[in-house]
Design a protein around this ligand. Structure first.
Ligand code: UD1
Length: 429
C-alpha cells in the first residue's frame, strides 16, 4: 500500500490549481442515467471515487468515453467525459460495487425515475458515523415509490412512474436532496423540496439538470421546486471547483506560512471557513484568478468553529481546521454537529504531540508550539489530509499510511504541494 512521506518545516509558495469538486462530479455522473442522450462533463477530477462510480455506471450499461488532454491544457486539467446511458441494461447496483462508496447509492433516484425500478445495495463509505438512508427512502416514498428491504438491498418500484409531491426534510441532507431533485425531474407534476440542502454542489447539479431540460427553481435556497418533464436530453456541463480542496490548501498555507494562489477557487463557496482561516492570522484576497492566501509571520490565533450545513462551516473541513488549531497560540473548541463519529483524526494528531481532548460533539484543542514528525494512519478521506497539514510543520519526518483514503478525494495532492515547496513524496508499494 502506498505511503506519503513528509519532512516538515517548509513554507508553501506558488500556485495550486483547484480541481473539479468530487462532491459535484459524483451526482453529475449519476445524472447521466436520466437521459438516453449523451451528457458531456468537463473538469471531472481524476479520483478513485470517480473511477469507482464509472464502474457502477458501466454495470448499468452506460458507455463512458474519456477525451484525452488537449494542447494547451493545464497540467492539472480535469477529464472530459462523454457519458451515454442510451440503454440501461441492468437496474441493480450490487453490493460489491456500492459498498465502498456511499454516493453510489444515489443511482436509485435516476433509475427509479427513468426505468421505474431499481435494486440498490445499502451503501458504505467513510466510517464517520452510522449515516442512515431513512431520508432518501422517505423522499422516494413521497414520490410514490414502493420500497422493500431485502437481504441488504433496497428494492424500489414505481409502476406508471413517480409522482410529484411536497417533501419536507426533517434534517438537511445533501445526498437525499440530490436524489430527490434528480428523481423529481421525470416525475409527473410538481415536486417541492423543503429544508433542502443549499450546498454549491446542489446548485451545480441543478444547473446541469436544467441544461438537460429539467424545470428547476430555487436551488441554492432551502426550497427547491421541480416541475416534472417527460424526458431529459444531452448537455455539456463543467464541474464546479472543489471548495473543500481549496479550503484544505488555505488551511495548509495558514499552517506553514507562505503565499499561494488557489487557482479557480471561489470565495462565495466557502466564505465561513475562509473567515475562520483569516481570524487565525492569514490574509485571503479574491482575485480574478482565484484566492490568494498569505501568512507571512506571526502566531496562529486560536479560533473556535462549529460545523453546520452550508453556508455554515463545512464538516468536510473540520479535521483540517483542527490540525491548524493544534499549533495555535492558545485554546480553541471544534464542534461537530453533522456526523456523530468524526473525530478519528484526534488520536492520530496526538502522535505528532497535539493536545486535543474530545468531549461529546466538542474537541478541546490546546495549541502547542512544536509538533514532532511521526508515523500516522489515515482513517477517512478528510481526516487523512488533516494529518498532511500537521506533518507539513512537524519537525522531522512523518509517514502517512493508508493513503488510498486520500486518493479518493484529493487529486495528486503530493504533486500540488511539492510544486509549492513542500518536502513530500509518495512511496509506492
Ligand atoms: C455529503 C458529502 C460529504 C459531506 C456531507 C455533509 C458527497 C459525496 N458527500 O455526504 O462529503 O460530509 O454531505 O456536508 O457529496 N442523514 C440521515 N438520514 C439520511 C441521510 C442523511 O440521518 O437518510 C444524516 C447523516 O447521517 C448526517 C446528516 O444527515 O448526520 C447529513 O448527511 P448528508 O448531508 O446526507 O451527507 P452525505 O450526502 O452522505
Amino acid at each position: 500500500m502506498d505511503r506519503i512521506r513528509i519532512i516538515g518545516g517548509n513554507q508553501l509558495n506558488g500556485v495550486i490549481p483547484i480541481s473539479g469538486a468530487k462532491n459535484a462530479a459524483l451526482p453529475l455522473l449519476i445524472a447521466s442515467l436520466l437521459t438516453e442522450e449523451t451528457l458531456i462533463l468537463e473538469n471531472v477530477p481524476r479520483l478513485a471515487d470517480v473511477a469507482q462510480l464509472k464502474r457502477i455506471l458501466s454495470n448499468h450499461g452506460t458507455d463512458i468515453m474519456t477525451a484525452g488532454k488537449q494542447p494547451g491544457d493545464d497540467e492539472f486539467a480535469g477529464e472530459t467525459l462523454h457519458i451515454s446511458a442510451k440503454n440501461i441494461v441492468d437496474t441493480t447496483a450490487p453490493y460489491d460495487l456500492v459498498s465502498t462508496m456511499r454516493a453510489s447509492f444515489w443511482v436509485i433516484g435516476p433509475l427509479l425515475a427513468r426505468m421505474h425500478e431499481a435494486k440498490v445495495s445499502l451503501p458504505g463509505g467513510c466510517a464517520i458515523g452510522t449515516r442512515p438512508v431513512d431520508l432518501f427512502l422517505m423522499a422516494l416514498e413521497k414520490l410514490g415509490a414502493e420500497l422493500t428491504l431485502d437481504a441488504g438491498y433496497v428494492i424500489a418500484k414505481a409502476p406508471g412512474g413517480l409522482k410529484g409531491a411536497v417533501i419536507t426534510f426533517p434534517k438537511v441532507t445533501v445526498g437525499a436532496t440530490h436524489v430527490a431533485m434528480m428523481a423529481a425531474t421525470l416525475a409527473s407534476g410538481t415536486t417541492v423540496l423543503e429544508n433542502a440542502a443549499r450546498e454549491p454542489e446542489v446548485v451545480d447539479l441543478a444547473d446541469c439538470l436544467i441544461a438537460m431540460g429539467a424545470k428547476i427553481t430555487g436551488a441554492g435556497t432551502s426550497t427547491i421546486t421541480i416541475e416534472g418533464v417527460k424526458a431529459l436530453h444531452g448537455a455539456r456541463h463543467s464541474v464546479v471547483p472543489d471548495r473543500i480542496e481549496a479550503g484544505t490548501y488555505a488551511m495548509a498555507v495558514a499552517m506553514t506560512g507562505g503565499e499561494v494562489l488557489l487557482q479557480g477557487a471561489k470565495r462565495a463557496h466557502l466564505d465561513v471557513a475562509l473567515k475562520a482561516v483569516e481570524a487565525s492570522g492569514t490574509t485571503i484576497v479574491e482575485t480574478d484568478k482565484g484566492l490568494l492566501v498569505t501568512r507571512l509571520a506571526g502566531d496562529i490565533t486560536p479560533v473556535s468553529v462549529t460545523t453546520e450545513p452550508f453556508p455554515g462551516f463545512p464538516t468536510d473541513l473540520q479535521a483540517q481546521f483542527m490540525a491548524l488549531m493544534t499549533k495555535a497560540s492558545g485554546n480553541s473548541v471544534i464542534s461537530e454537529t453533522i456526523f456523530e463519529n468524526r473525530f478519528m483524526h484526534v488520536q492520530e494528531l496526538a502522535r505528532f504531540g497535539a493536545k486535543i481532548a474530545p468531549e461529546g460533539i466538542h474537541a478541546h484543542v490546546k495549541g502547542v508550539s512544536v509538533l514532532k514528525g511521526a508515523p500516522v494512519m489515515a482513517t477517512d478521506l478528510r481526516a487523512s489530509v488533516s494529518l498532511v497539514i500537521a506533518a507539513l510543520v512537524a519537525e522531522g519526518e512523518s509517514t502517512i499510511h493508508r493513503v488510498y483514503h486520500l486518493d479518493r478525494g484529493f487529486e495528486r495532492l503530493e504533486d500540488k504541494l511539492r510544486a509549492c515547496g513542500a518536502n513530500i513524496e509518495r512511496v509506492r508499494g
